[in-house]
Design a protein around this ligand. Sequence first.
Ligand code: CMP
Length: 145
Amino acid sequence: MSLERTLSIVKPDGVEKNLIGEVVRRFEAAGLRVAGARMLHLSRRQAEGFYAVHQARPFFASLVEFMTSGPCFVMVLEGDGAILKVRDLMGATDPAKAAPGTIRKDFASSIERNVVHGSDGPDTARFETGYFFAEFELARRGGAA
Ligand code: CMP
């Protein structure tokens, strides 16, 4: 496996449910390291830009509404195979289809209000990490350049 970075967001429903610590705990317990993190209340423009790839989907307006409804906790995670690791820990987008023991199975209330986001591949991870963090804001503890 190679050292990767990925972006994760504890969404407004997760922040409202006081799940920031629980989500970070699960990531850290799986060997991931937090390279950068901050609280953020997304503007409409920021949410639309972040989810631009979903612009044509019927759920886009509702998704933007939800993501701007309260503060988020955005973080960059680093580790071996971080992108897939985070996705495995989150579970399927729809909590009804998520595997037992995953974050979404345990805490999400719907396919939209699904507590947590994680980049879905290397290109997305690069775009999403750069969307919220400058390189100098990220600590590198993994040893690789
Ligand atoms: P996320 O991993 O953040 O990526 C896009 C988000 O859109 C997804 O999580 C859900 O919150 C939301 N989403 C995806 N599919 C649907 C859907 N069919 N209906 C409503 N929201 C969706």
